[in-house]
Write a new protein. Structure first.
Length: 406
């Protein structure tokens, strides 16, 4: 390659410094692996994903991020989720889950993405085996005998890195996935999701709410700052009108959709909105390459499964790499795909099924949904399955997620 700088090799190169990529870097450093992180943002800046959106960390995620020394870096307290209340407008029945019934203080915690980004950055700054290339973007693969060549571009031109394993953690529109020639199945839910914080008349008490409607879900998540984090789904055709609302009519809309379960909403912070899409890669591995997080699968946020699933991708990979002589060997990549298969399939099915079923306005489905809600609420076995998924325990769970030192 002409006009390119050639850099020394790394055991693992991670493309993407967002939620999953940065967490994986911490896990690999903990395992003693020489790692490089290719990040689009320069030093001192924060990836766009670290904004005011509200992240719901399952118990398994809390276990892992604590073991990795990340959650201890939070400067703002997290909000515990002690109870979960699920209902649907127009249907009777509801589901109520209580962590105390499962011997837990909480199902998980709510953390603001910006606060989590600050904590991750603080932890990354402590790592001794990590090389950070920033700002830099992945532009393709190159030649490297016995390794994977990665071409990146930055302010000083192109650079060729070499790695025994490349990890694509670069989001739903992954450039790594495209360069591998791996296709993806895309479904547009025709919904726009509005993200904000809401100030209620009484502080959150640990209850999280999921209110399902014909137009999408409205979720309230108890933050640690006396606010609720809100995700409000609307039809894509109505998104522009909702975007144009002043604070008072926007709050009135939320109150109408949600009711009075959390009391009166008094104020709302800055709002952002995002399309609801499902993007599922046709494969998650290629030659000396693995896709994790949103690069492998991007979910509808209903049920708050996305980052939790992506972190389990990352930690499963870190476990396998920690014990390997060659982190990019075909047998290791096959083992990774096999270990992730059940969790990935079950979580994708749950998220997609709930998003489609809950938003279907057919009157024929209403009695079935209502009976389903009643059945779950009254059946301890069904509740346990739902609670286990909410806590992040599906399939072959990584050791750190189970609270086991690895």
């Amino acid at each position: 390659m002409t006009n390119a700088q050639h850099s020394g090799g790394h055991e693992v190169v991670i493309v993407g410094g967002g939620l999953v990529g940065a967490s994986l870097a911490v896990a690999l450093d903990r395992a003693g692996i020489d790692t490089a992180l290719v990040e689009a943002t320069p030093p001192g800046a924060m990836p766009a994903v670290f904004d005011q959106r509200n992240l719901s960390f399952a118990e398994a995620t809390v276990n892992a991020l604590t073991a990795l020394g990340i959650l201890q870096k939070l400067q703002v307290p997290a909000g515990p989720i002690r109870q979960i209340h699920i209902s649907r407008a127009g249907d009777f029945g509801r589901v109520g889950l209580d962590a105390a019934g499962y011997g837990r203080d909480s199902f998980g915690q709510v953390v603001v993405a910006r606060d989590f980004g600050d904590a991750l950055e603080a932890r990354l700054g402590e790592l001794t085996r990590l090389t950070r290339y920033r700002p830099a973007r992945f532009i393709g693969f190159g030649d490297a005998a016995g390794r994977r060549g990665i071409r990146i571009a930055g302010p000083d031109g192109e650079r060729l890195l070499q790695a025994r394993l490349v990890v694509g953690a670069d989001g739903a529109d992954s450039a790594v996935r495209a360069a591998l020639g791996i296709g993806a199945q895309v479904h547009d839910y025709r919904q726009r999701l509005f993200i904000a914080r809401v100030r209620p008349e009484r502080a959150p008490d640990g209850r999280a709410f999921e209110r399902l409607t014909d137009h999408g879900p409205t979720a309230l998540l108890p933050r640690g700052d006396r606010h609720y984090g809100i995700v409000h789904g609307v039809d894509a055709d109505a998104a522009a009108a909702v975007e144009a609302l002043d604070d008072a009519p926007f709050l009135a809309r939320l109150q109408s959709v949600f009711g009075w379960r959390a009391g009166r909403f008094l104020g709302v912070g800055p709002r952002s909105s995002h399309p609801a899409r499902r993007v599922v890669a046709d494969d998650t591995v290629g030659t000396r390459t693995v896709l994790v997080g949103n690069a492998a699968q991007s979910l509808h946020p209903i049920g708050a499964q996305g980052f939790n699933l992506g972190l389990r991708d990352a930690l499963t990979l870190a476990e396998l790499v920690a014990d390997a002589s060659d982190p990019g060997a075909p047998a290791l990549l096959d083992a990774y795909a096999a270990r992730r298969r059940e969790d990935r399939a079950r979580t994708l099915a749950f998220s997609d099924g709930l998003a489609r079923l809950s938003a279907n306005p057919s009157p024929l489905l209403r009695p079935l949904r209502s009976l389903g809600l009643l059945a779950i609420d009254r059946d301890a076995g069904l509740q346990a399955l739902l609670a286990g998924g909410a806590m992040g325990y599906r399939g072959d769970v990584p050791a750190l997620c189970r609270g086991v030192a690895a």
